[in-house]
Design a protein around this ligand. Structure first.
Ligand code: PBG
Length: 327
């Protein structure tokens, strides 16, 4: 059927037709807001490279969680800024560490908020790498034990889900078995299965003060040029017991998201990272793009590619927009 019998514009003629045939929608329940938590009281700090994103002390984070819930954002992922750092990242698995304190307080004061935790050492090591070192190299197997301890301490504090982002080989099975041995079999693992060594993480490293002090992360994070390797990484994480597969970054990896959606039957998450957020904010500040429309279009594209869940610094803004357009 060709023109003039078939005219695609017929179905675009007004808002009601467009809404009726819209293939992809966003729901606030699919969004996870990444948050930065730091020691202190009554504190909210701005982050220059991420306008609109704040670092919260635990008490302020509780208020933020309540605000999120009111908007329909039901999950947060926590990143911590510890009091001090050391070679082994001990702040990551300290029972009284900043993230552990935040989890307890959130689950106590705002139990309906789903608390997800990022499991990694880079915010806690003085060298800024995601594991402990052997010389100049990140020691994979020695790191596994520390990651599992970190995940366990989060789950024991009440975390609803843990999300390892370190990219060590074998971390999912190590974490799964330690959680299961402790009887914490109900805590799912959202694995950063496909995490590229990306320049889009720049602003996050300012926000979480976790830039590597030497070298880079290319010996453990993936080469952005690789697709087949992404499938291998995802296959391994499935076999090791992951419950959700994450792709990161999002907008530069829509093809990878789509592959994972087609090849696997686990839910797929995508992380719209700090650099993606900062680019939209910066261009909007200059008046070069319309922030709200670009935010929505980028998030819809990530959904269309096949992500069921999106981690985004825009979670609250997007939830607000969803609410407005519904009213
Ligand atoms: C920790 C971690 C990073 C991000 C999430 N978890 C930084 C990194 O790997 O360098 C990046 C998130 C973002 O850029 O928004 N390993």
């Amino acid at each position: 059927m060709v023109f003039p019998e078939y005219r695609p514009r017929r179905m675009r003629q007004n808002a009601a037709f467009r809404a009726m045939i819209r293939e992809t929608r966003l729901d606030a329940a699919q969004l996870i807001l990444p948050v930065f938590v730091m020691p202190g009281k009554g504190l909210r700090e701005t982050i220059p490279s991420m306008p609109g994103v704040l670092r919260f002390s635990v008490d302020e984070l509780v208020k933020e969680a309540k605000e999120c819930l009111e908007l329909g954002v039901r999950a947060m992922i926590l990143f911590g800024l510890p009091e001090k750092k050391d070679g082994l990242g001990s702040g990551a698995y300290n029972k009284n560490g900043i993230v552990q304190r935040a989890i307890r307080e959130l689950k106590n004061k705002v139990p309906a908020m789903m608390v997800v935790t990022d499991v990694c050492l880079c915010e806690y090591t003085d060298h800024g790498h995601c594991g402990c070192l052997n010389g100049q190299e990140v020691d994979n197997d020695a790191t596994l034990e520390l990651l599992a301890k970190t995940a366990l301490s989060h789950a024991e504090a009440g975390a609803d889900m843990v999300a390892p982002s370190d990219m060590m080989d074998g971390r999912v099975s190590e974490i799964r078995s330690v959680l299961d041995e402790a009887g914490l079999y109900k805590v799912p693992i959202m694995s950063y299965a496909v995490k590229y060594a990306s320049a889009f993480y720049g602003p996050f490293r300012d926000a979480a003060e976790c830039a590597p002090q030497f070298g880079d992360r290319r010996a453990y994070q993936m080469d952005p040029a690789n697709t087949r390797e992404a499938l291998r990484e995802a296959t391994l994480d499935v076999e090791e017991g992951a419950d959700i597969l994450m792709v990161k970054p999002a907008l530069s990896c829509l093809d990878i998201i789509s592959h994972l959606h087609d090849e696997f039957d686990l839910p797929v998450a995508a992380y719209q990272v700090s650099g993606e957020y900062a680019m939209i904010k910066a261009a909007a500040e200059r008046g070069w793009i319309e922030e709200e429309r670009v935010m929505e279009e980028s998030l819809i594209s990530i959904r269309r590619a096949g992500a069921d869940i999106i981690l985004t610094y825009f979670a609250k803004d997007m939830a607000r927009l969803i609410r407005q357009t519904r009213d």
